[in-house]
Design a protein around this ligand. Sequence first.
Ligand SMILES: Cc1ncc(COP(=O)(O)O)c(C=O)c1O
Length: 380
Amino acid sequence: LAEKRRGGILKRTILFNPGPGTTSETVKRALLVPDICPREKEFQEVISEVRAGITKVVNGQDNFSSVLFAGSGTAAMEACIASCIRPSTKVLIINNGAYGKRFVQIANTYKLPVVELEFPSTETPNLSLLEKTLSDDKNISTVVVVHHETTTGILNPAKEIGAISKKLGRTVIVDAMSSFGGIPIDAQTFNADFIISSSNKCLHGMAGIAFVVCRKSALLDLKASDGRSYYLNIREQFDCLEKTGQTQFTPPVQILYALRQALREFFEEGQEARYQRYTENWNQLRQGMKALGFKPLLQDQIESKVLMTLYEPSHPKFDFNKFHDRLFTEGFTIYPGKIHSADTFRLAIIGELSSKDIGAFLKQVEVVGKEMGFLQAGAP
Ligand SMILES: Cc1ncc(COP(=O)(O)O)c(C=O)c1O
């Protein structure tokens, strides 16, 4: 399918950064539309198809609905913190990476009482500690967890975290930014009330739209007047979308056309097939990089299969920036690491990538590695 969507006149680049990823030619072309006023009925149909599509990706059915904002993914994180924590209650945030930490920073910005459960970035959260903390502190109303911590590639047990939290009567917010559409999520059993993502990760659209798939009962419990942000008010935006079919404020018009096309391509491929493609690409990349001597940071079984963190080789001839720049000139983009305890870099397989792309990349890594001198001439 990805092969079918190529064949364009635009240069095709292979992105291994964790989104925005390599998009199909057809998604790129969807940006080119006649100018249209976003208040027109024709455009409301685009918004309506996108909202329904986003909800359907996670099997939202009638008991879920989606709300979108113009902004990068962080806008949806902030919208949830600003809209979904009941007044005079605490939010418990699980932090085992940069995005868990970002939630803490956002909550601090809004001067909300936070209970932070911090864990090492290479380990999944301790569920017994979560259960005990929730049992001991009745004033915690809401639990926040990042599903796929893009910091390292760790896949947190969001469903289990949700189950414990729901059992104890809490609202659950899951940041599924870099898993939504890549890793199957069934909202009916996922135990989340608010699921966050954006247009430009595993949905393969362009950057510019942040969204939240909301359990309707939790959404209707929110009061617009309790919102702490004027712009990022989930209930206010939902009411406007439902009443008028429009967003409150100017939407990123062309980006929405591209997202509509990306969603159509998602459903054409199917969630299971996309997940399988991701898994196969991840396995091929993982095995290939290991064969070239690169060592992964995480154990295979806790990795998302969407992204991997690799240690930089300790060879004196290795220089990440040079390595990056040489690969970039060949059309491949790699991404720096985000942990402080070791020198690492990251490779994500988000996007319209095929086994052929992974093979071409591995070949190029070998060529560049030998040229730079950190891979032996005879290797692997
Ligand atoms: C898990 C997670 N949450 C939040 C974000 C923030 O999204 P953005 O950079 O689009 O604001 C990212 C970005 O990579 C992410 O991976």
